[in-house]
Design a protein. Structure first.
Length: 125
């Protein structure tokens, strides 16, 4: 069961950076010198493929990458009617790679994965 769950996670088709998303937070700081947008305070990120709740989120506009932190970040994936939920202290989205760091827990169809670091190669379809 462990391997089938890992296989499923590594082949989820997501295109976070290139698709539309919605971000809500208490505060937003736009830094044109560093090309960063910083969201803080009850940050809610939603896209068609993934959503999460974090304490802070930084969008690096030059690299089109995202970094989020929280205690914990609550993550929710929807894929083919099945839901994957999880927790993590840090989350990074770079190109087609999702990196979950520090106290990571994922749950799918009753299967649990625990780790300090999980790298998920997302499909670039």
């Amino acid at each position: 069961m462990y391997y089938s769950c890992i296989f499923f996670i590594f082949f989820i088709s997501l295109k976070i950076i290139s698709q539309e998303y919605e971000i809500k937070s208490e505060n937003v700081e736009i830094n044109t010198n560093t090309n960063k947008i910083i969201y803080t305070g009850d940050v809610i990120f939603k896209s068609n493929s993934i959503s999460f709740i974090a304490e802070s989120l930084i969008i690096f506009q030059e690299t089109e990458s995202i970094f989020a932190s929280g205690n914990p970040i609550k993550i929710n994936f929807q894929n083919d009617g099945e839901q994957i939920v999880g927790l993590s202290s840090e989350l990074e989205l770079v190109n087609t790679q999702l990196v979950l760091k520090k106290n990571v827990e994922l749950l799918k169809s009753g299967n649990k994965i625990f780790s300090d670091n999980i790298v998920i190669q997302l499909s670039d379809d």
